[in-house]
Write a protein that binds this ligand. Structure first.
Ligand code: ATP
Length: 339
């Protein structure tokens, strides 16, 4: 990590008329980190990224890169580069010309800009496609070109807005590995916006979970998963049960929950099996409070839980919908959620 290239957001606020997109964000991203801004649609991720990129002016607050205030600098002056969701390649320019475009605008000589663009195409394994037009490329190939084009400005921070959302699930997983490799090889800071917790977990050193224009939790992926701070984070990250007790709300991982037979069993939370989902190496047992109707359940997610168990264990003693069981967990696996 290079402390000199830390990116800092200080008291960042963005209003669009009466709408509050970002309600006050303080965040420090270490130089060289892979940061994912994660959250549901409308939580303010893209607005935050656009303020870092210089495509949007904050209503309040500032953006600092390597200790230098860059809040009001133009996108080209601040040392960041954005890779857009739609890739936004020029359709009438070849791959090489697309990558060289920003240098052409700056008046860099043809031979020099094409040599630099050629090096970047090599980095993203697109050299054989240099003379093609974007329309003759697959989604994954277009994305590689978009990355090479963003790198042409030699940014310290690469900003990625939902970079994998246009790809099919198979390609998305392949491109995740490529992003990791590029991040490692380039050694620069990546800030990646996503609504996919799986993507954030797979990629980020720093996961920033956002809700209603604020940060709910920021930390390493494992910390956020192991210790979600709030009910929102536990639910959004998934694979957790939120259990209401007289002492407050608890989060317990669904793979740490155990089921035991019948109402007669001592302790535990009485539950009824609503559905079974086979997942290959494990089985998800969906549970509700006894007496819950389907409609009421949809309106009250807090009264629904999941026990995730290894497939071998499930098949030893299969469970069926409608069965009454008890849900158990150990104290060590439960932790309190902030009110
Ligand atoms: N130009 C705009 N004018 C008015 N409101 C806007 C504008 N841009 C965003 N908003 C509003 O600000 C809020 C945050 O939007 P933003 O795009 O930052 O969220 P997001 O988390 O990136 O969502 P998504 O994942 O859907 O892109 C939303 O309620 C949105 O409707």
């Amino acid at each position: 990590m290079n402390a000199r290239t830390d990116l800092e957001l200080v008291g960042l606020v963005k209003h669009y008329g009466d709408a509050v997109a970002v309600a006050g964000i303080d965040l420090k991203i270490a130089g060289g980190a892979y940061c994912c801004l994660l959250g549901p649609s409308g939580c303010g991720k893209t607005s935050t990224l656009r303020m870092i990129a210089g495509h949007e002016l904050p209503t309040e607050g500032s953006v600092l890169l390597a200790g230098r205030e860059i809040t009001e600098l133009s996108p080209a002056e601040r040392g960041t580069a954005m890779m857009f969701q739609s890739y936004a390649l020029f359709p009438h320019l070849t791959v090489l010309q697309n990558v060289a475009f920003s240098a052409q605008m700056k008046g860099v000589a043809k031979a020099e800009r094409e040599a630099k663009a050629g090096q970047l195409l090599e980095l993203v394994a697109m050299t054989p496609y240099a003379q093609r037009l974007p329309a003759a490329l697959s989604g994954g190939q277009q994305q590689r070109v978009a990355l090479a084009r963003a790198l042409m400005t030699q940014p310290r921070v690469l900003l990625l807005d939902e970079p994998l959302s246009a790809l099919d699930p198979f390609l998305r997983i392949k491109m995740r590995a490529e992003l990791q490799r590029w991040h490692r090889e380039l050694g620069m800071t990546f800030v990646h916006v996503t609504h996919s917790q799986e993507e954030a977990m797979a990629l980020a050193d720093l996961v920033v979970v956002m809700n209603h224009g604020r940060i709910e939790q920021a930390g390493p992926a494992r910390e956020v998963f192991e210790r979600p701070r709030t009910e929102f984070v536990a639910r959004f990250i998934g694979a957790h049960n939120v259990i209401t007790t007289p002492g407050g709300k608890l989060a317990v991982r669904s793979d740490r929950c155990e089921l035991s037979g019948g109402e007669a069993s001592a302790g535990g939370l009485p539950v009824v099996v609503r559905a079974i989902e086979y997942q290959g190496n494990h089985v998800l047992v969906h549970l509700v409070q006894p007496g819950t109707t389907e409609t009421a359940d949809d309106d009250a997610p807090s009264a629904a839980w999941v026990a995730s168990m290894p497939d071998a264990k499930f098949h030893q003693q299969p469970i069926a919908p409608g069965q009454q069981l008890s849900l158990h967990w150990t104290e060590a696996d439960a932790h309190s959620l902030a009110a």
